[in-house]
Ligand binder design. Structure first.
Ligand code: HEM
Length: 202
């Protein structure tokens, strides 16, 4: 299949959760608190896509398939867009576009603050996700994109703090994230024992 068709197909799949949520909003089937439902849907998909992005390298290593690496950047970018949508829902519907109220909410609640920090870490990754930036930054591109690790950790902690009652879901996401980070450790150690500056972009 041509690469461009493959990319369009992947974007088509990545947009489905957003479409599904918008249709639910129009039909009035998001429950008694549609704003909360929008916040939860956008936040959970941002986190799921972050974890999927992190799963692509180990999946490629275990299976030998190439396709996980070809969709990794798209998944990361989609995670950023869902997180941005989450922030927009927060600013527009939850805080009624009142910058002072939104700012108070962010600084007064450490959970919201952690989410904001996670999104701030994802911003430079989204901006530099193009081929032009990969070329321009060289080996530093890979170093910069390691910011996805603290961003995912902050996002998972944010989820844990925000969830109202049942902590099981954040714990499951936290466990998956821990596995995805731990499987990278041996590679990190090997890299540490090599001469710096010999990293390649996969
Ligand atoms: C990578 C970034 C982020 C991720 C992955 C994320 C993820 C999540 C998730 C999964 C929830 C649902 C919790 C539940 O089930 O109740 C949530 C809730 C929430 N998030 Fe985020 N979030 C992120 C960034 C942000 C930002 C930037 C803000 C605002 C500045 C924010 C504000 C909130 C608020 C206020 C809630 C509570 C919603 C409610 O229950 O009414 N988050 N977030």
């Amino acid at each position: 299949m041509p690469a461009s068709l493959w990319r369009i197909g992947v974007w088509g799949l990545l947009i489905l959760p957003a479409l599904w949520t918008i249709i639910g909003l129009q039909r009035g089937s998001l429950g008694p608190d549609p704003v909360e439902a929008l916040m939860i849907a956008s936040g959970i998909w941002a986190l799921r896509l972050l974890l999927l992005t992190l799963a692509m390298t180990p999946l490629q290593g275990l299976s030998g398939w190439v396709w996980p690496l070809t969709i990794r950047r798209q998944l990361g970018l989609a995670a950023f867009f869902y997180a941005l949508g989450h922030l927009l829902v927060f600013a527009v519907f939850d805080q009624n576009l009142d910058p002072a109220a939104a700012w108070r909410e962010i600084v007064e609640h450490k959970a919201v603050w952690l989410g904001m920090l996670a999104l701030a870490l994802l911003l430079p990754l989204a901006i530099t996700s193009t081929r032009g930036w990969i070329r321009r930054l060289g080996p530093n591109w890979k170093r910069l994109h390691r910011l996805i690790y603290p961003a995912a950790i902050l996002a998972a902690i944010h989820f844990g703090f925000q969830v109202k009652a049942d902590l099981r879901e954040p714990l499951i996401y936290g466990a998956i994230l821990t596995v995805l980070l731990v499987v990278r450790l041996p590679r990190g150690w090997q890299r540490g024992s090599r001469t710096p500056g010999h990293t390649t972009i996969s």
